[in-house]
Design a protein around this ligand. Structure first.
Ligand code: SAM
Ligand code: DTB
Ligand code: SF4
Length: 334
């Protein structure tokens, strides 16, 4: 959180009583009005010229038993992604040290699991402890966790847990059949109860409608407190997944969704997540104007390409943006 613009307690702009109808009326605003409103709110909580850079490592890739239609790591889809075992702790920590030395202050580790086994959790806890000892914040995304597992992660010092709702409850069964929306919400509750900060968002461009986007944002914005981080991913269409060949999303609809997320959750960090590889500088600039305050950096996301450092440095230079970690967020403001 940018200290200069630190939010007030009990801020009336941070509401938890949003309805999908209200979200739809925000989507219907003329583009300039929508962006102006989102950018005005963004400036009350964040420095608009600073963008947080998060580093991401896939610590266990592919072979996932879930059938998420968008995901190259599902064993249901023939995508050519090779399944690996969980990386050993020392190798992960060596990678984390390189990221820290390159300036990273938050380190995110992803595993292609439906849910972690307790033995695997031992190793992940050692990774979290190691990342924390290097002075970085730790974030993991491991699939579904029980309250006991969330407690263990919290005790290891975990700062953030990433678990996305991905879309609306009604569109969800068209994308995933191996777990329910309620399963997803249960994990989020377990994470929250353990005192871990929540990173939760979704994907656009899967064939969902405007109402699905409005409903997903309403579900997120009626959580109390709001998720501290809200990643908005543009679908990366991967060959061999059922969503390959879906109609491409209108890029301006992606920008609108970032703006509506910012208006509904103004004190949260909205992250421009997957999909940047195929976005122009101009589109990314519009996303920052709409209130995106964070990106993933590095040449790879989990399995797909991300713009490399050279492109991001050039982009930030063109926009006068300073890339940095914007520090811990206080939950009482969300
Ligand atoms: N297995 C864990 C889970 O599903 O929570 C963690 C890893 S999973 C790959 C993390 C998130 O990446 C998903 O929830 C989804 O939002 C996003 N994601 C996966 N494949 C994607 C794709 N092709 N395009 C955009 N986002 C994607
Ligand atoms: C999130 O919402 N996006 C990131 C992160 N959380 C873990 C992952 C994007 C994955 C894109 C597809 C891939 O690279 O495999
Ligand atoms: Fe598995 Fe996560 Fe991919 Fe779904 S999104 S198939 S749970 S790795």
């Amino acid at each position: 959180m940018n200290e200069i613009n630190a939010p007030l307690q009990n801020d009336p702009a941070v509401r938890h009583d949003w309805t999908a109808e209200e979200a739809l009326s925000l989507f219907a605003l003329p583009f300039a009005d929508l962006i102006h409103r989102a950018q005005t709110l963004h400036r009350q909580y964040f420095d608009p010229n600073r963008v947080q850079m998060a580093s991401l490592l896939s610590v266990k890739t592919g072979g996932c038993p879930e059938d998420c239609a968008y995901c190259p790591q599902s064993s249901e889809h023939d995508t050519g992604v090779e399944a690996t075992k969980l990386m050993d702790v020392d190798t992960v920590l060596a990678e984390a040290r390189l990221a820290r030395d390159a300036g990273a202050t938050r380190y995110c580790m992803g595993a292609a699991w439906r849910s972690p086994k307790d033995k695997d959790l031992d190793a992940v806890c050692r990774m979290i402890e190691g990342v924390r000892e290097m002075g970085m914040e730790a974030c993991v995304t491991l699939g579904m966790v029980t309250p006991e597992q969330a407690e263990r992660l919290a005790n290891a010092g975990l700062d953030f847990y990433n678990h996305n709702l991905d879309t609306s409850e009604s569109f969800y069964p068209e994308i995933i059949s191996t777990r329910t929306y309620a399963d997803r919400l249960d994990t989020l509750q377990a994470v929250r109860d353990a005192g871990i900060k929540m990173c939760c968002g979704g994907i656009l461009g899967m064939g969902e409608g405007l109402r699905d986007r409005a409903e997903m944002l309403t579900t997120l914005a009626t959580l109390r407190p709001h998720p501290e981080s809200v990643p908005i991913n543009m679908l990366v269409q991967v060959e061999g997944t059922p969503l390959e060949g879906r109609d491409a999303l209108d890029p301006l609809d992606f920008v609108r969704t970032i703006a509506v997320a910012k208006i509904m959750m103004p004190a949260s960090t909205v992250r421009l997540s997957a999909g940047r590889e195929d976005m122009s500088d101009e589109l990314q600039a519009l996303c920052f104007l709409a209130g995106a305050g964070s990106i993933f950096v590095g040449p790879k996301l989990l399995t797909t390409a991300n713009p490399g450092q050279d492109r991001d440095v050039a982009l930030f230079r063109r926009l006068g943006i300073q890339g940095e970690d914007i520090g811990p967020v206080s939950t009482d403001t969300l």
